[in-house]
Ligand binder design. Structure first.
Ligand code: FAD
Length: 523
């Protein structure tokens, strides 16, 4: 694998990042790939470690050492086939995955890990540029029909896989375009939206039908889908925001972070001439010229900060309940575990301040609008065991407060309640024998099943769910090669196979968020 001993002489060179001061002047992607010779060099660093922990670190089980080696040898055509064997959308994960594979890279024990994510992105972008990624419709149709509710990464992955097995798939999406949080949560600076459209256009040409502005439970009912389709997959995400139950939390100017992010993503789309729903009169949330306080130190909060900078906010302060990170390795997440926080992020590189170990205790207002945030310092190892530091109370001025403290679970009104789906203890859709809900012929995957997680986990969920649905539909097995490569494909074992998945479903507590973003380690 790679060049023998190359890791001893070649140093990691990560994504090329644009100057933070300049990039806040636009909404374009803030990082780019290194040139090909450098990428091949980087592939050579993969050190034939014998037991590639990166496989285990990746919820998709990506065959990382194989494609690192292919890149080192200049075999890009072969590399995309190996990459696509386990990942339907490497351009999404190549851009915004926090790369748990890199945390698990054996080199990461005492050196910088291989720049796996960058190599992944390079492979798929090269494949698009060369015209190697073309529609590949199934050769036969089974006559079976599947409705997928939600077009986030889980919905797209399950649709892609079931379509490849010959089933006729219709995706219902309540928003005006596909992608779920990829489109309306993640800013363009991290993932430009034409990238989603490019992939979805291929899926359409392969035969998947997409119906937008189609909220199941409003326009079309869940029961109607039950009657019309042989199977339903619920991939509606986990979007009900966690509220902040402190005095005056209902003042004007205090908003759930997602309300702001939806608006900003739509604003960028409209500005670029893409179709986007407008904001109802009087409902605009803007950070321009304001003192912005972001509550919550995860991904969502970071994306609020990056948008606030681009809107030219007067000041931006993030209040993070977690304690300041220790110097060097965080003993709470030793190798090969991914970090839950990083010392800095793309958004904080652009400006703003993060205050660690801070708990918000209330808000003050003037004429019904927020004007102050009351807070105090706390100690503790998680958001569930916080101890206030006596005398540490402080007050910050605020014109806009964005609450990004996580999500409590999937929306129950349109799909879950009408279908009578049981929930688990955490409020997510309960599945048994993996991916099968409590109601026959109805399946669930992605955040709706496991709670807020990662794009890579959502894709893995969609892929595995598709195998269960396919089996239940009596579909002939998905073609043998693909099946062999499937990770934890069948019920039972699937829930235990992936440590990361278990972590997302178990030890990550409500309100916790992973920090994600490219190249969190090294340069
Ligand atoms: P979602 O992406 O939430 O998609 C669910 C879809 O279902 C949506 O399109 C929704 O409109 C649709 N839907 C819901 N109800 C209905 C209905 N009744 N009828 C029709 N359609 C419906 N992860 C990373 O790996 N990297 C990141 O950088 C990252 N950044 C993030 C930033 C933010 C702000 C947030 C909130 C999350 C981020 N995540 C990130 C997490 C990641 O985006 C999610 O884990 C992932 O998108 C989940 O995929 P999903 O398909 O399960 O759900």
């Amino acid at each position: 694998m790679g060049e023998l001993g190359a890791f001893l002489k070649i140093h990691r060179v990560g994504f090329d990042k644009r100057d933070p001061e300049r990039r806040v002047g636009d909404y374009d992607q803030y990082f780019s790939l290194q040139p090909e010779p450098e990428l091949r060099h980087q592939g050579a660093r993969c050190m034939d470690c014998g037991v590639p922990f990166c496989h285990e670190g990746c919820p998709l089980g990506n065959l990382i050492p194989d494609w690192n080696d292919l890149i080192y040898r200049g075999k890009w055509r072969e590399a995309i086939d190996v990459l696509h064997a386990t990942n339907n959308f490497p351009e999404f994960t190549g851009l915004i995955c926090p790369a748990p594979c890199e945390s698990a890279c054996v080199l990461n024990i005492n050196d910088d890990p291989v720049t796996i994510e960058q190599i992944e992105l390079a492979i798929v972008e090269r494949a698009y540029a060369e015209g190697w990624i073309t529609p590949n419709p199934p050769v036969r149709r089974t006559g079976r029909t599947v409705a997928v509710i939600g077009s986030g990464p889980a919905g797209l992955a399950v649709a892609a896989e079931l379509n490849q097995s010959g089933h006729s798939v219709t995706v219902y999406e309540r928003d005006e375009g596909p992608g779920g949080l990829l489109r309306f949560g993640v800013p363009d600076a991290k993932l430009e939206k034409w990238i989603i459209d490019r992939r979805v256009s291929i899926l359409e040409q392969e035969g998947i039908e997409f119906v937008y502005d189609a909220e199941v439970g409003a326009g079309v009912s869940a029961q109607e889908l039950q009657e019309r389709f042989d199977a339903i997959v619920v991939a509606i995400g986990s979007r009900v925001p966690r509220g902040l139950d402190v005095p005056n939390h209902d003042l004007a100017g205090i908003h759930p972070a997602m309300d702001y992010l939806y608006q900003r993503n739509r604003w960028v789309a409209a500005n670029q001439g893409r179709p986007a729903r407008g904001t109802p009169a009087g409902g605009e949330i803007t950070a321009e010229g304001k003192k912005v306080i972001v509550i919550g130190g995860g991904d969502t909060g970071m994306d609020c900060i990056s948008n606030s900078h681009r809107e030219r906010a007067a000041t931006v302060v993030m209040l993070d309940v977690y304690a300041k990170l220790p110097e060097g390795e965080d003993p709470r997440s030793p190798w090969p575990l991914p970090p839950k926080r990083t010392p800095t992020t793309y958004a904080l590189d652009e400006g703003g301040k993060r205050r660690w170990g801070t708990e918000v205790t209330g808000f003050g207002g003037k004429d019904g609008h927020v004007s102050h945030v009351y807070a105090r310092q706390v100690t503790g190892t998680s958001s569930r065991d916080l101890t206030p530091v006596p005398g540490s109370e402080f007050v910050l001025e605020a014109d806009l407060v964005l609450v990004a403290i996580g999500f409590v679970g999937p929306d129950q009104a349109g799909v879950i309640a009408p279908l009578g789906l049981e929930l688990d203890r955490r409020g997510n859709v309960r599945t048994e024998q993996t991916y099968r809900t409590s109601v026959g012929r109805v399946y669930a995957c992605g955040d709706a099943r496991i709670g807020q997680s990662l794009v890579v986990t959502a894709i893995a969920e969609g892929r595995k769910c598709a195998r269960i649905v396919n089996a239940d539909l009596g579909g002939s097995p998905m073609d043998a090669d693909r099946e062999r490569l499937a990770v934890g494909a069948w019920s039972g074992e699937a829930d235990q196979t992936l440590r990361h998945e278990a972590e997302a479903a178990g030890s990550v507590r409500p309100g916790d968020q992973f920090f994600t973003g490219p190249a969190t380690r090294g340069t």
